[in-house]
Design a binder for this molecule. Structure first.
Ligand code: COA
Ligand code: MG
Length: 298
C-alpha cells in the first residue's frame, strides 16, 4: 500500500483480549481491522491477564495490513488508566473508547496519549481514537464529541448498550434504535469521520447480518463491527463497492466531464437526472474502490 492511500476500514473484528487463540486467529482472517477488547468481553478478574496478552500478541504476531486496535474500559472507570499504561507498548493504531458521553472523556484519553507518546519519543498525535457512542447521553452529545480532538477518526454506534441504557426493547427490525443509528452516521459523516455500525449478535444469521450491514451502508456508515470470524466476509463485502457500482460510477463521472466540457451542468443518463451531488458520490465510491484495490492482500 502506498503511503498516500489510506487503508479501507470496513470490518472491525472484536476479540476478547485474554484469548491468545482468537488474537492469533485474527492474523489469518481477511479483515481490515481487529479490536482486542479489555472491556465487556473480558471478565473482571481477567483484566490484567488481558492487558498482558494483548501486548504480547501485538508485539509478537504479524498482523500484516490489519489495523490493530485496543478497546479500553470507559474513561471514568478505575480500570482506564491501567489499561492504557499497560498496553501502550503494543503501539496500536489506536484505542476504542467505549461509552463516551462527553468531549472531556475523549480529551482525557488524548492528553494521556500525548504524554505517553512524548515519553517514548514517538511522533505526537500518532495514536488514533474511535469513540463508541452507546448511551442516551453519548448519542445526544455526538456533535460535540465529534469535534473533541484531532486524534478522533471515527464514531462507532453501539446498539445493545444503548437499548440497555434507554430501556428500549430490541427487535429484529430495529426501529427502536433507528433514530440513534441515523444520528451517529449523520454526525460522523458531517465531520468527515468514519462511521462504524454496531455489532450483530445473532452469529448464525448471516443473511440478517448482510441485510443489516446494507441498511447501515445506505445510511452512510463506512463499516461495521464484527464479533465472529464468519461475520467478517459478509461485512467486508457489503462495505465494498461492487464491480457494477464501480462501472456505473465511472460512466457517470465520464459523462459529467463530457457535459461540463460542453457547458452543461445537469444532464440525463439512462433516464435519470445527474447533477453535482451524484457526481461527488460517484467520486467517493471510486476513491474507496481504489483504497481497497491498493491494499496489499493477506
Ligand atoms: N476473533 C477471532 N477468532 C474467533 C473469534 C473472534 N472474535 N470468535 C471465534 N473465533 C475462532 C475460535 O477461536 C474458533 O477457532 P479455533 O477452532 O481455531 O479455536 C473459531 O473461530 C470458531 O469459533 P466458535 O467455536 O464458532 O466460537 P466460540 O464459541 O469459540 O466463541 C464467541 C463465540 C461469541 C465467544 C466469540 O466469537 C467471541 O469471543 N467473540 C468476540 C466477543 C467480544 O470480543 N465481545 C466484545 C465486543 S461486543
Ligand atoms: Mg458494550
Amino acid at each position: 500500500m502506498s503511503a498516500t492511500t489510506p487503508s479501507p476500514r470496513r470490518c472491525f473484528l472484536f476479540m476478547p483480549g485474554d484469548s491468545p487463540r482468537k488474537l492469533e486467529k485474527a492474523t489469518t482472517l481477511d479483515v481490515d481491522a481487529v479490536i482486542a477488547d479489555l472491556e465487556d468481553g473480558v471478565a473482571q478478574e481477567r483484566k490484567q491477564v488481558a492487558r498482558e496478552t494483548v501486548v504480547q500478541a501485538f508485539q509478537s504476531l504479524d498482523f500484516g495490513y490489519r489495523e490493530r486496535w485496543i478497546r479500553l474500559n470507559p474513561a471514568d472507570s478505575p480500570l482506564f488508566l491501567d489499561d492504557l499504561v499497560a498496553t501502550f507498548a503494543a503501539r496500536p493504531q489506536g484505542y476504542v473508547l467505549p461509552k463516551v458521553e462527553s468531549p472531556r472523556q475523549v480529551l482525557r484519553l488524548s492528553h494521556m496519549l500525548q504524554v505517553l507518546e512524548h515519553a517514548r519519543g514517538w511522533p505526537a498525535g500518532h495514536i488514533q481514537i474511535l469513540a463508541l457512542l452507546e448511551t442516551g447521553q453519548g448519542i445526544l452529545r455526538a456533535p460535540e464529541i465529534a469535534k473533541a480532538d484531532p486524534r478522533l477518526v471515527g464514531l462507532m454506534f453501539g446498539a445493545e448498550d444503548l437499548a440497555g441504557d434507554l430501556g428500549a426493547r430490541r427487535t429484529r427490525e430495529g426501529w427502536e434504535i433507528f433514530h440513534a443509528r441515523s444520528h451517529v452516521a449523520l454526525v460522523a459523516r458531517a465531520h468527515e469521520l468514519l462511521a462504524i455500525d454496531t455489532v450483530f449478535v445473532d452469529l448464525e444469521d448471516l443473511e440478517g447480518l448482510a441485510a443489516e450491514a446494507q441498511r447501515a451502508r445506505n445510511l452512510g456508515y463506512t463499516g461495521k463491527m464484527a464479533i465472529h470470524p464468519r461475520q467478517v466476509p459478509v461485512i467486508q463485502a457489503t462495505f465494498s463497492p461492487t464491480e457494477e457500482e464501480i462501472q456505473a460510477a465511472r460512466r457517470l463521472v465520464e459523462a459529467f466531464q463530457a457535459h461540463q466540457n460542453a457547458g452543461t451542468g445537469a444532464f440525463v443518463l439512462d433516464g435519470r437526472m445527474v447533477d453535482m451531488p451524484m457526481v461527488r458520490a460517484a467520486q467517493k465510491l471510486l476513491a474507496l474502490a481504489e483504497q481497497i484495490a491498493g491494499r496489499s492482500t493477506p
